[in-house]
Each structure stands twice: as structure tokens, then as C-alpha cells.
Design a protein around this ligand. Structure first.
Ligand SMILES: Cc1ncc(COP(=O)(O)O)c(C=O)c1O
Length: 298
């Protein structure tokens, strides 16, 4: 049995998870070098020190790098693909493993174990893979102290979120590319206002946690309505379809194989430039091409 506590963002879930593990100021927390810089804010929030370890082209750990003394190690299931946790135990035989499953809602490993629940503490950001305004959870083996568990609150979704849902529903019913139109409009306004089309993450995001902390009860309701089996099949079919049509000219896939029971977040690949034909392919599948991650300022 595992316990689940809900938060607006996975970064809050990670803070609660680190506190649950009694991580203290000055402790080393091992983090892969390929990481979204925002994740550091959770480690900084408890006064711990992020130490980086290297990963290979398949995003598996290849050593402990500067994190050899870490007592706590973040194992990231990149894009919902399961890490082999035994590989981490080889590099850090004594450390506590934390499964960062921010990308892997609904994904399982080949033995059918839910990602994010294979270690004493795991985090999942389901807001990344289903349409909700906020939503993440912390999974723990032991129940967390009551002051760490924050109850969902009533909060009306923002107008921008409601417009996105409207565009997606209308697109599904009519096949008109409304999501692309709404996305392009948002980006145009953002470029005019801030100078960049996509939200730029700054060094401050390595230290400041986002607001709010509590998840909305709306997100909890949406979560309860997910038809898990259908959603997993949809993602797996889309991944296979995309893989079939993906040309090597577009880039190099990170995970050429789709493991059994894996429910991927997208189709990750390495590329230094995005060709118009790839953008067309993505559009045909109602997908978008995004760059990941915004790396920390090491
Ligand atoms: C690997 C990883 N972990 C954690 C997070 C944080 O998730 P959230 O944005 O829900 O706080 C992210 C964010 O992109 C991420 O990529």
C-alpha cells in the first residue's frame, strides 16, 4: 500500500517528500545533469545542495559525478520511460532513492509497477500529461505528517485554461486547428510583451517555488475521471505512429523502443534544428514540438 498527497506542482510534492525523508540543510541531493532547472528550487527550499551526476544518450546514470557523497538521489523517469533502479543502487549503494516521475503519470515498468511508486518517496506531475490547470502528487510508503499533507482547495480554473479547453473540444468536434491558433496567438502576445514566444525560465526559478501550493479540487475531479486504460493505449499508439513516420533527418530518437506498459509523455529526440517537415508531421498528429530542458546554471 502507498499513500498519496496532492499538490499544485510536483516541485511542492518534492519539497514535502524531502521533508518526509528528513533531508537537512547542507545534505547533498544527487540530480542528473540533464534536468529542468526549476527542480533545483525544491532542493534549495529545504536548504540541501544539488550535486550533479552524468547520464548517457539513453538518459541512464553513468556515474556519480560530483554527487558521490549524496545521501539522497533523484532518479528521473524521463518522458515516462522507466529507469532501471538497480543501476542507481550500483552507483549509490547507501543512498535513499527518490523517483522523479514528473513526466510519467500512468506509466509502469515491464513488471507492471507504477512509476513514481517504486521507491520510498516518488513524485508525479499529472498536470503535464492530462488537461488540468494544476496537479501533482507525492507517493510515499509511510504516511506523511499532517502538516506536510495539504488538502485540495476550491479554485476556479483561469480564463486562459478555460479557453484552451474550449479550443481543444471544438477542434475535436470540427477538426478546425483551433489549438494551434490559440497557441500561436498566446505566443505572439508573449513575444510582444516579454521578447520570447515560450515562457522563459530564469535563474530565479532555481530558488523560487511556484504559487499556489494546494491543488484545486477541480484537478482532483478531472483526475478521477481519467480512463486509464484508454489513455495509455492512446499514448502508446501515438508513439508508435510517430516513430513509424519519424525520419532520421529529423533527429535521433532517445528511446527507439517502447517498453511494455510504458505510457510515454511524447516522442523524445535529439536535434539541433527543427525542420518544417517535422513541424508538419507534428501538426498532422495534433502534437507540438518543444525543446527540453532549460538547464540549470551549473
Ligand atoms: C524531471 C522533472 N521533475 C520535476 C518537474 C517539476 O514539475 P512541476 O512543474 O509540476 O513542478 C519537472 C518540470 O518540468 C521536470 O521536468
Amino acid at each position: 500500500m502507498t499513500n498519496t498527497s496532492y499538490f499544485a506542482f510536483a516541485r511542492h510534492a518534492l519539497v514535502a517528500g524531502l521533508k518526509h525523508l528528513h533531508v537537512r540543510p547542507g545534505d547533498d541531493v544527487a540530480i542528473p545533469e540533464l534536468i529542468c532547472r526549476d527542480v533545483l528550487s525544491s532542493v534549495h527550499a529545504v536548504g540541501a545542495i544539488p550535486r550533479f551526476y552524468p547520464v548517457d544518450r539513453n538518459l541512464r546514470p553513468i556515474g556519480s559525478g560530483e554527487a558521490s557523497e549524496a545521501q539522497f538521489v533523484l532518479a528521473v523517469n524521463y518522458f515516462g520511460f522507466p529507469q532501471q533502479l538497480s543501476e542507481f543502487a550500483q552507483h549509490w549503494p547507501k543512498a535513499v532513492l527518490i523517483e522523479d516521475n514528473a513526466h510519467g503519470f500512468l506509466s509502469k515498468d515491464v513488471d507492471g509497477r507504477r512509476l513514481g511508486s517504486r521507491t520510498v518517496v516518488g513524485i508525479t506531475s499529472f498536470r503535464k500529461t492530462i488537461r488540468v490547470p494544476d496537479g501533482a502528487f507525492l507517493t510515499t510508503i509511510n504516511s506523511v505528517d499532517s502538516e506536510l499533507a495539504i488538502q485540495p482547495v476550491e479554485r476556479r480554473p483561469s480564463l486562459a485554461y478555460r479557453l484552451r479547453v474550449g479550443a481543444a473540444n471544438t477542434e475535436r468536434a470540427t477538426n478546425l486547428p483551433l489549438q494551434n491558433v490559440s497557441r500561436s496567438t498566446t505566443r505572439l502576445f508573449r513575444r510582444l510583451l516579454t521578447g520570447t514566444a515560450l515562457p522563459a525560465s530564469t535563474e530565479a526559478s532555481e530558488f523560487n517555488l511556484p504559487e499556489p501550493i494546494a491543488m484545486s479540487s477541480y484537478a482532483l475531479t478531472r483526475l478521477s475521471l481519467v480512463d486509464e486504460e484508454t489513455e495509455v493505449q492512446r499514448r502508446r499508439q501515438l508513439f508508435r505512429k510517430f516513430a513509424n513516420e519519424f525520419s532520421m533527418e529529423f533527429g535521433v530518437p532517445v528511446f527507439p523502443q517502447l517498453p511494455d506498459q510504458c505510457s510515454p509523455y511524447g516522442y523524445p529526440f535529439y536535434s539541433s534544428n527543427i525542420s518544417p517537415s517535422l513541424l508538419r508531421l507534428a501538426k498532422q498528429h495534433h502534437c507540438e514540438v518543444i525543446r527540453w530542458p532549460d538547464l540549470p546554471r551549473l
